[in-house]
Design a protein around this ligand. Structure first.
Ligand SMILES: NC(=O)c1ccc[n+]([C@@H]2O[C@H](COP(=O)([O-])OP(=O)(O)OC[C@H]3O[C@@H](n4cnc5c(N)ncnc54)[C@H](O)[C@@H]3O)[C@@H](O)[C@H]2O)c1
Length: 433
Protein backbone atom coordinates (compact mmCIF):
# COMPACT_ATOMS: atom_id res chain seq x y z
CA UNK A 1 0.00 0.00 0.00
CA UNK A 2 1.06 3.59 -0.47
CA UNK A 3 0.91 5.81 2.58
CA UNK A 4 1.36 9.58 2.89
CA UNK A 5 2.12 10.76 6.44
CA UNK A 6 1.43 14.46 6.92
CA UNK A 7 3.48 15.73 9.86
CA UNK A 8 6.87 14.19 10.61
CA UNK A 9 7.11 14.76 14.37
CA UNK A 10 7.34 12.20 17.18
CA UNK A 11 4.21 10.39 16.01
CA UNK A 12 4.40 10.87 12.23
CA UNK A 13 8.04 9.87 11.94
CA UNK A 14 7.77 6.77 14.13
CA UNK A 15 4.47 5.66 12.54
CA UNK A 16 5.79 6.32 9.05
CA UNK A 17 9.00 4.37 9.65
CA UNK A 18 7.09 1.48 11.25
CA UNK A 19 4.51 1.28 8.43
CA UNK A 20 7.44 1.20 5.99
CA UNK A 21 8.95 -1.61 8.04
CA UNK A 22 5.63 -3.48 7.71
CA UNK A 23 6.30 -3.39 3.95
CA UNK A 24 4.21 -0.41 2.84
CA UNK A 25 5.61 2.47 0.81
CA UNK A 26 5.58 5.59 2.97
CA UNK A 27 6.28 9.23 2.22
CA UNK A 28 6.68 11.37 5.34
CA UNK A 29 5.85 15.00 4.70
CA UNK A 30 6.60 18.03 6.83
CA UNK A 31 6.36 21.75 6.28
CA UNK A 32 9.52 22.19 8.30
CA UNK A 33 12.16 21.97 5.57
CA UNK A 34 15.04 21.74 8.08
CA UNK A 35 13.54 18.50 9.41
CA UNK A 36 13.14 17.07 5.92
CA UNK A 37 16.67 18.11 4.90
CA UNK A 38 18.06 16.47 8.00
CA UNK A 39 16.15 13.24 7.33
CA UNK A 40 17.21 13.19 3.69
CA UNK A 41 20.81 13.49 4.68
CA UNK A 42 20.58 10.57 7.10
CA UNK A 43 19.92 12.48 10.34
CA UNK A 44 17.03 12.07 12.76
CA UNK A 45 15.49 15.24 14.20
CA UNK A 46 14.28 13.63 17.45
CA UNK A 47 15.86 11.36 20.05
CA UNK A 48 14.03 8.02 20.07
CA UNK A 49 15.93 4.78 20.72
CA UNK A 50 16.23 2.60 17.60
CA UNK A 51 14.61 5.10 15.24
CA UNK A 52 17.82 5.94 13.34
CA UNK A 53 18.41 2.31 12.33
CA UNK A 54 14.76 1.76 11.41
CA UNK A 55 14.73 4.82 9.16
CA UNK A 56 18.08 3.98 7.61
CA UNK A 57 16.98 0.44 6.72
CA UNK A 58 13.68 1.46 5.18
CA UNK A 59 15.17 4.33 3.21
CA UNK A 60 17.85 1.98 1.89
CA UNK A 61 15.24 -0.55 0.84
CA UNK A 62 13.25 2.13 -0.99
CA UNK A 63 10.13 2.05 1.16
CA UNK A 64 10.54 5.38 2.97
CA UNK A 65 11.14 8.89 1.67
CA UNK A 66 10.69 12.47 2.80
CA UNK A 67 9.09 15.52 1.18
CA UNK A 68 8.10 19.06 2.08
CA UNK A 69 5.30 19.10 -0.47
CA UNK A 70 2.45 16.63 -0.19
CA UNK A 71 1.08 16.83 -3.76
CA UNK A 72 2.64 13.78 -5.40
CA UNK A 73 2.54 11.56 -2.34
CA UNK A 74 -1.14 12.28 -1.68
CA UNK A 75 -2.04 11.74 -5.34
CA UNK A 76 -0.44 8.30 -5.24
CA UNK A 77 -1.63 7.33 -1.75
CA UNK A 78 -4.23 4.75 -0.74
CA UNK A 79 -4.09 6.13 2.80
CA UNK A 80 -3.19 9.62 3.98
CA UNK A 81 -2.47 10.12 7.68
CA UNK A 82 -2.81 13.44 9.45
CA UNK A 83 -0.20 13.41 12.24
CA UNK A 84 0.26 17.14 12.85
CA UNK A 85 0.33 18.76 16.27
CA UNK A 86 -2.80 19.60 18.27
CA UNK A 87 -1.38 21.81 21.04
CA UNK A 88 -3.43 23.58 23.69
CA UNK A 89 -5.02 26.71 22.32
CA UNK A 90 -3.76 29.71 24.24
CA UNK A 91 -6.31 31.10 26.65
CA UNK A 92 -8.96 28.40 26.74
CA UNK A 93 -7.17 25.02 26.76
CA UNK A 94 -9.12 23.63 23.80
CA UNK A 95 -7.12 21.58 21.31
CA UNK A 96 -5.88 23.89 18.56
CA UNK A 97 -7.12 22.19 15.40
CA UNK A 98 -5.85 24.74 12.92
CA UNK A 99 -2.99 22.48 11.75
CA UNK A 100 -5.37 19.57 11.28
CA UNK A 101 -7.84 21.55 9.19
CA UNK A 102 -5.07 23.21 7.15
CA UNK A 103 -3.66 19.75 6.39
CA UNK A 104 -7.14 18.44 5.46
CA UNK A 105 -7.59 21.28 2.98
CA UNK A 106 -4.19 20.68 1.40
CA UNK A 107 -4.83 16.95 1.17
CA UNK A 108 -8.20 17.57 -0.49
CA UNK A 109 -6.58 19.60 -3.26
CA UNK A 110 -4.25 16.73 -4.21
CA UNK A 111 -6.42 13.64 -3.71
CA UNK A 112 -6.84 11.40 -6.72
CA UNK A 113 -9.17 8.39 -6.71
CA UNK A 114 -10.71 6.89 -3.56
CA UNK A 115 -8.54 7.97 -0.62
CA UNK A 116 -8.75 7.04 3.03
CA UNK A 117 -7.87 10.06 5.17
CA UNK A 118 -6.91 9.00 8.69
CA UNK A 119 -6.61 11.29 11.68
CA UNK A 120 -3.79 10.03 13.86
CA UNK A 121 -3.39 13.30 15.73
CA UNK A 122 -5.24 13.39 19.05
CA UNK A 123 -8.41 15.32 18.25
CA UNK A 124 -11.62 16.09 20.16
CA UNK A 125 -14.84 14.26 19.43
CA UNK A 126 -16.42 15.48 16.23
CA UNK A 127 -13.18 16.57 14.54
CA UNK A 128 -13.54 13.75 11.98
CA UNK A 129 -16.90 15.23 10.94
CA UNK A 130 -15.24 18.60 10.51
CA UNK A 131 -12.30 17.15 8.53
CA UNK A 132 -14.84 15.47 6.27
CA UNK A 133 -16.67 18.80 5.79
CA UNK A 134 -13.41 20.64 4.98
CA UNK A 135 -12.46 18.08 2.34
CA UNK A 136 -15.97 18.04 0.88
CA UNK A 137 -16.03 21.83 0.68
CA UNK A 138 -12.57 22.05 -0.93
CA UNK A 139 -13.19 19.20 -3.39
CA UNK A 140 -16.91 18.47 -3.83
CA UNK A 141 -16.03 15.76 -6.38
CA UNK A 142 -13.59 13.83 -4.17
CA UNK A 143 -14.02 10.14 -3.37
CA UNK A 144 -12.87 9.60 0.20
CA UNK A 145 -13.59 8.38 3.71
CA UNK A 146 -12.36 9.93 6.96
CA UNK A 147 -11.17 7.51 9.65
CA UNK A 148 -10.00 8.01 13.23
CA UNK A 149 -6.95 5.99 14.31
CA UNK A 150 -5.55 7.49 17.51
CA UNK A 151 -1.97 6.73 18.45
CA UNK A 152 -1.03 5.30 21.86
CA UNK A 153 2.76 5.06 21.52
CA UNK A 154 4.94 6.30 24.36
CA UNK A 155 8.01 8.38 23.58
CA UNK A 156 11.13 6.46 24.58
CA UNK A 157 9.51 3.12 23.73
CA UNK A 158 7.74 4.29 20.60
CA UNK A 159 8.88 1.66 18.11
CA UNK A 160 8.07 -1.27 20.38
CA UNK A 161 4.71 0.32 21.21
CA UNK A 162 3.88 0.81 17.54
CA UNK A 163 4.92 -2.67 16.48
CA UNK A 164 3.53 -4.50 19.51
CA UNK A 165 0.66 -2.35 20.71
CA UNK A 166 -1.84 -3.47 23.37
CA UNK A 167 -4.50 -2.62 20.80
CA UNK A 168 -5.19 -0.63 17.67
CA UNK A 169 -8.32 1.53 17.68
CA UNK A 170 -9.97 2.38 14.38
CA UNK A 171 -13.07 4.56 14.15
CA UNK A 172 -14.52 3.94 10.72
CA UNK A 173 -17.99 4.02 9.23
CA UNK A 174 -17.21 3.09 5.62
CA UNK A 175 -16.77 -0.56 4.56
CA UNK A 176 -14.05 0.02 1.95
CA UNK A 177 -12.05 2.17 4.38
CA UNK A 178 -12.41 -0.54 7.05
CA UNK A 179 -10.83 -3.08 4.69
CA UNK A 180 -8.03 -0.65 3.80
CA UNK A 181 -7.26 -0.16 7.52
CA UNK A 182 -7.33 -3.91 8.10
CA UNK A 183 -4.85 -4.42 5.26
CA UNK A 184 -2.60 -1.63 6.53
CA UNK A 185 -2.35 -3.20 9.98
CA UNK A 186 -2.30 -6.81 8.69
CA UNK A 187 1.26 -7.47 9.99
CA UNK A 188 -0.11 -6.94 13.51
CA UNK A 189 -2.71 -9.70 13.07
CA UNK A 190 0.23 -12.11 13.06
CA UNK A 191 0.94 -11.34 16.71
CA UNK A 192 -2.77 -11.23 17.47
CA UNK A 193 -3.00 -7.55 18.35
CA UNK A 194 -6.64 -6.73 19.15
CA UNK A 195 -8.00 -4.29 16.59
CA UNK A 196 -10.98 -2.45 17.99
CA UNK A 197 -13.29 -1.12 15.29
CA UNK A 198 -15.69 1.54 16.50
CA UNK A 199 -17.69 4.49 15.22
CA UNK A 200 -15.50 7.51 14.54
CA UNK A 201 -16.64 9.62 17.50
CA UNK A 202 -16.15 6.73 19.89
CA UNK A 203 -12.60 6.22 18.66
CA UNK A 204 -11.82 9.92 19.12
CA UNK A 205 -13.06 9.75 22.70
CA UNK A 206 -11.18 6.53 23.50
CA UNK A 207 -7.87 8.35 23.11
CA UNK A 208 -8.82 11.12 25.56
CA UNK A 209 -10.38 8.67 27.99
CA UNK A 210 -7.18 6.58 27.99
CA UNK A 211 -4.92 9.55 28.64
CA UNK A 212 -7.23 11.01 31.28
CA UNK A 213 -7.36 7.68 33.09
CA UNK A 214 -3.58 7.33 33.13
CA UNK A 215 -3.16 10.93 34.29
CA UNK A 216 -5.69 10.22 37.03
CA UNK A 217 -3.76 7.14 38.17
CA UNK A 218 -0.53 9.14 38.43
CA UNK A 219 -2.30 11.92 40.28
CA UNK A 220 -3.89 9.43 42.67
CA UNK A 221 -0.55 7.98 43.71
CA UNK A 222 0.95 11.47 43.97
CA UNK A 223 -1.74 12.44 46.47
CA UNK A 224 -1.17 9.17 48.33
CA UNK A 225 2.53 10.12 48.46
CA UNK A 226 1.69 13.40 50.18
CA UNK A 227 -0.51 11.53 52.62
CA UNK A 228 2.28 9.00 53.25
CA UNK A 229 4.62 11.84 54.15
CA UNK A 230 2.04 13.25 56.54
CA UNK A 231 1.29 9.98 58.32
CA UNK A 232 4.67 8.25 58.12
CA UNK A 233 3.89 5.58 55.51
CA UNK A 234 5.83 4.51 52.41
CA UNK A 235 4.17 5.24 49.07
CA UNK A 236 6.20 2.64 47.21
CA UNK A 237 4.87 -0.07 49.45
CA UNK A 238 1.37 1.35 49.15
CA UNK A 239 1.74 1.25 45.34
CA UNK A 240 2.97 -2.32 45.49
CA UNK A 241 0.24 -3.33 47.90
CA UNK A 242 -2.53 -1.98 45.69
CA UNK A 243 -0.85 -2.66 42.35
CA UNK A 244 -0.75 -6.40 42.89
CA UNK A 245 -4.54 -6.31 42.79
CA UNK A 246 -5.28 -7.17 39.14
CA UNK A 247 -8.22 -4.79 39.11
CA UNK A 248 -5.80 -1.93 39.81
CA UNK A 249 -2.55 -3.03 38.15
CA UNK A 250 0.95 -1.83 39.02
CA UNK A 251 1.58 0.53 36.08
CA UNK A 252 1.46 4.32 36.44
CA UNK A 253 1.67 4.10 40.21
CA UNK A 254 5.05 5.81 40.61
CA UNK A 255 4.87 8.92 42.73
CA UNK A 256 6.80 11.86 41.35
CA UNK A 257 6.78 15.56 40.51
CA UNK A 258 3.51 15.49 38.53
CA UNK A 259 2.89 14.38 34.97
CA UNK A 260 4.19 16.42 32.04
CA UNK A 261 4.93 15.77 28.41
CA UNK A 262 3.39 16.50 25.07
CA UNK A 263 0.13 14.64 25.73
CA UNK A 264 -1.29 14.32 29.26
CA UNK A 265 -1.39 18.02 30.20
CA UNK A 266 -2.98 19.21 26.94
CA UNK A 267 -5.25 16.19 26.50
CA UNK A 268 -6.69 16.22 30.03
CA UNK A 269 -7.36 19.94 29.68
CA UNK A 270 -8.94 19.56 26.23
CA UNK A 271 -11.17 16.75 27.53
CA UNK A 272 -12.48 18.97 30.34
CA UNK A 273 -13.28 21.67 27.76
CA UNK A 274 -15.10 19.26 25.43
CA UNK A 275 -17.10 17.90 28.35
CA UNK A 276 -18.04 21.38 29.60
CA UNK A 277 -19.14 22.37 26.11
CA UNK A 278 -21.43 19.38 25.94
CA UNK A 279 -22.83 20.15 29.37
CA UNK A 280 -21.46 16.91 30.75
CA UNK A 281 -18.50 18.00 32.89
CA UNK A 282 -15.83 15.47 33.86
CA UNK A 283 -15.18 16.78 37.35
CA UNK A 284 -12.75 14.04 38.22
CA UNK A 285 -10.50 15.05 35.31
CA UNK A 286 -10.91 18.75 36.12
CA UNK A 287 -9.60 18.00 39.60
CA UNK A 288 -6.71 15.96 38.22
CA UNK A 289 -5.64 18.91 36.05
CA UNK A 290 -5.80 21.27 39.01
CA UNK A 291 -3.91 18.97 41.40
CA UNK A 292 -1.19 18.31 38.84
CA UNK A 293 -0.66 22.02 38.10
CA UNK A 294 -0.27 22.76 41.80
CA UNK A 295 2.04 19.82 42.30
CA UNK A 296 4.75 21.11 39.99
CA UNK A 297 4.93 24.36 41.95
CA UNK A 298 4.93 22.40 45.20
CA UNK A 299 8.03 20.48 44.07
CA UNK A 300 10.10 23.67 44.05
CA UNK A 301 8.87 24.33 47.60
CA UNK A 302 9.93 20.81 48.54
CA UNK A 303 13.49 21.55 47.40
CA UNK A 304 13.50 24.87 49.24
CA UNK A 305 12.20 23.18 52.39
CA UNK A 306 14.96 20.59 52.13
CA UNK A 307 17.40 23.53 52.21
CA UNK A 308 15.95 24.82 55.50
CA UNK A 309 13.67 27.23 53.67
CA UNK A 310 16.32 29.15 51.75
CA UNK A 311 18.03 28.50 48.41
CA UNK A 312 19.13 32.05 47.89
CA UNK A 313 22.74 32.11 46.67
CA UNK A 314 22.87 28.31 46.69
CA UNK A 315 23.89 26.15 43.74
CA UNK A 316 21.24 23.62 42.81
CA UNK A 317 22.38 20.85 40.47
CA UNK A 318 19.53 19.30 38.49
CA UNK A 319 19.75 15.84 36.95
CA UNK A 320 17.20 15.24 34.20
CA UNK A 321 15.23 17.92 32.38
CA UNK A 322 13.02 16.07 29.88
CA UNK A 323 9.51 15.08 30.92
CA UNK A 324 10.60 11.45 31.07
CA UNK A 325 13.70 9.40 30.21
CA UNK A 326 14.70 8.28 26.69
CA UNK A 327 13.33 11.30 24.89
CA UNK A 328 14.51 14.83 24.15
CA UNK A 329 10.94 16.13 24.47
CA UNK A 330 10.70 19.06 26.87
CA UNK A 331 7.03 19.90 26.31
CA UNK A 332 5.37 20.63 29.67
CA UNK A 333 8.25 18.96 31.53
CA UNK A 334 8.07 19.47 35.33
CA UNK A 335 11.60 20.92 35.17
CA UNK A 336 10.13 23.94 33.34
CA UNK A 337 8.11 24.81 36.44
CA UNK A 338 10.57 23.73 39.10
CA UNK A 339 13.73 25.44 37.79
CA UNK A 340 12.28 28.95 37.26
CA UNK A 341 10.67 28.78 40.72
CA UNK A 342 14.04 27.91 42.28
CA UNK A 343 15.71 30.70 40.31
CA UNK A 344 13.07 33.11 41.54
CA UNK A 345 13.94 32.07 45.07
CA UNK A 346 17.56 33.01 44.37
CA UNK A 347 19.14 29.69 43.41
CA UNK A 348 21.84 29.27 40.79
CA UNK A 349 21.06 26.30 38.55
CA UNK A 350 23.42 23.80 36.94
CA UNK A 351 21.85 20.98 34.96
CA UNK A 352 22.55 17.82 33.03
CA UNK A 353 20.27 15.82 30.75
CA UNK A 354 21.49 12.98 28.52
CA UNK A 355 19.39 14.05 25.49
CA UNK A 356 17.31 17.12 26.30
CA UNK A 357 19.89 19.90 26.79
CA UNK A 358 19.46 21.45 23.33
CA UNK A 359 15.68 21.64 23.66
CA UNK A 360 15.92 22.73 27.29
CA UNK A 361 18.22 25.62 26.44
CA UNK A 362 15.47 27.10 24.26
CA UNK A 363 13.02 27.07 27.15
CA UNK A 364 15.10 27.88 30.22
CA UNK A 365 17.37 30.81 30.88
CA UNK A 366 20.45 31.25 33.04
CA UNK A 367 20.99 27.53 33.45
CA UNK A 368 24.55 26.24 33.22
CA UNK A 369 24.31 23.07 31.13
CA UNK A 370 26.96 20.50 31.96
CA UNK A 371 28.06 17.47 29.98
CA UNK A 372 27.73 14.79 32.65
CA UNK A 373 26.15 13.96 36.00
CA UNK A 374 29.39 14.20 37.98
CA UNK A 375 30.31 17.56 36.48
CA UNK A 376 26.83 18.75 37.30
CA UNK A 377 27.09 17.71 40.94
CA UNK A 378 30.49 19.37 41.42
CA UNK A 379 30.40 22.10 44.10
CA UNK A 380 26.60 21.97 44.32
CA UNK A 381 24.85 22.68 47.60
CA UNK A 382 21.89 20.54 46.57
CA UNK A 383 21.35 17.83 43.99
CA UNK A 384 17.84 17.37 42.59
CA UNK A 385 16.80 14.42 40.44
CA UNK A 386 13.84 15.44 38.27
CA UNK A 387 13.92 12.78 35.52
CA UNK A 388 14.83 9.14 36.15
CA UNK A 389 17.26 8.45 33.28
CA UNK A 390 18.83 5.02 33.74
CA UNK A 391 22.32 6.46 34.01
CA UNK A 392 21.28 8.26 37.23
CA UNK A 393 20.34 4.95 38.84
CA UNK A 394 23.89 3.68 38.77
CA UNK A 395 25.88 6.74 39.87
CA UNK A 396 28.93 6.33 42.07
CA UNK A 397 27.22 8.06 44.98
CA UNK A 398 30.37 8.39 47.05
CA UNK A 399 32.00 10.25 44.19
CA UNK A 400 28.93 12.46 43.85
CA UNK A 401 28.91 13.19 47.58
CA UNK A 402 32.61 13.94 47.61
CA UNK A 403 32.40 16.46 44.78
CA UNK A 404 29.38 18.31 46.17
CA UNK A 405 29.69 21.23 48.52
CA UNK A 406 26.57 20.28 50.44
CA UNK A 407 24.92 16.96 51.19
CA UNK A 408 21.26 17.49 50.31
CA UNK A 409 19.84 15.22 47.64
CA UNK A 410 16.20 15.65 46.62
CA UNK A 411 15.09 12.63 44.62
CA UNK A 412 11.75 13.43 42.98
CA UNK A 413 11.62 9.98 41.33
CA UNK A 414 12.45 7.73 44.29
CA UNK A 415 15.30 6.00 42.48
CA UNK A 416 17.42 5.55 45.61
CA UNK A 417 16.91 3.80 48.90
CA UNK A 418 16.48 6.21 51.83
CA UNK A 419 18.38 4.05 54.34
CA UNK A 420 21.31 3.56 51.96
CA UNK A 421 21.45 7.27 51.21
CA UNK A 422 21.43 8.13 54.88
CA UNK A 423 24.23 5.63 55.42
CA UNK A 424 26.30 7.44 52.78
CA UNK A 425 25.87 10.73 54.58
CA UNK A 426 23.31 12.39 52.37
CA UNK A 427 20.46 14.49 53.68
CA UNK A 428 18.11 12.57 51.45
CA UNK A 429 14.57 13.66 50.63
CA UNK A 430 12.30 11.66 48.34
CA UNK A 431 8.59 11.51 47.53
CA UNK A 432 6.10 9.84 49.86
CA UNK A 433 8.65 7.96 51.96
N1 LIG B 1 4.23 12.68 21.09
C1 LIG B 1 3.56 11.64 21.53
O1 LIG B 1 4.06 10.85 22.33
C2 LIG B 1 2.16 11.39 21.06
C3 LIG B 1 1.56 10.15 21.36
C4 LIG B 1 0.27 9.90 20.90
C5 LIG B 1 -0.41 10.89 20.20
N2 LIG B 1 0.18 12.08 19.94
C6 LIG B 1 -0.57 13.08 19.16
O2 LIG B 1 -0.06 13.07 17.83
C7 LIG B 1 -0.10 14.37 17.27
C8 LIG B 1 1.29 14.77 16.80
O3 LIG B 1 2.13 14.84 17.93
P1 LIG B 1 3.71 14.97 17.82
O4 LIG B 1 4.24 14.86 19.19
O5 LIG B 1 4.20 14.05 16.77
O6 LIG B 1 3.82 16.48 17.28
P2 LIG B 1 5.12 17.24 16.71
O7 LIG B 1 4.93 18.65 17.07
O8 LIG B 1 6.35 16.52 17.13
O9 LIG B 1 5.00 17.05 15.13
C9 LIG B 1 4.03 17.65 14.32
C10 LIG B 1 4.67 17.96 12.97
O10 LIG B 1 3.65 18.34 12.04
C11 LIG B 1 4.21 19.29 11.15
N3 LIG B 1 3.12 19.96 10.44
C12 LIG B 1 2.16 20.80 10.95
N4 LIG B 1 1.30 21.17 9.97
C13 LIG B 1 1.70 20.54 8.83
C14 LIG B 1 1.21 20.51 7.50
N5 LIG B 1 0.11 21.16 7.13
N6 LIG B 1 1.88 19.77 6.59
C15 LIG B 1 2.99 19.08 6.94
N7 LIG B 1 3.50 19.07 8.19
C16 LIG B 1 2.85 19.80 9.13
C17 LIG B 1 5.05 20.16 12.06
O11 LIG B 1 6.02 20.88 11.33
C18 LIG B 1 5.65 19.12 13.01
O12 LIG B 1 6.92 18.66 12.53
C19 LIG B 1 -0.68 15.27 18.35
O13 LIG B 1 -2.07 15.38 18.15
C20 LIG B 1 -0.40 14.50 19.62
O14 LIG B 1 -1.33 14.80 20.64
C21 LIG B 1 1.45 12.34 20.34
Amino acid sequence: MRVAMIGTGYVGLVSGACFADFGHHVTCIDKNSEKIDQLRSGGVPIYEPGLDLLIERNVREGRLDFETDLTDAVKAADVVFIAVGTPSRRGDGHADLSYVYAAAEEIARSMDGFTVVVTKSTVPVGTGDEVEAVIRKTRPDAQFAVVSNPEFLREGAAIEDFKRPDRVVVGVENDTAREVMRELYRPLFLNETPIVFTARRTSELIKYAANAFLAMKITFINEMADLCEAVGADVQQVAKGIGLDNRIGNKFLHAGPGYGGSCFPKDTLALTRTAQEHDSPVRLVETVVDINDRRKAAMADKVIKACDGDVSGKTVAVLGLTFKPNTDDMRDAPSLDIIPALQKAGARIKAYDPAGALEAEKLLSDVEMTSGAYLCAEDADVLVIITEWNEFRALDLDRVKESMKGSILVDLRNIYDPADMKGRGFNYVSVGR
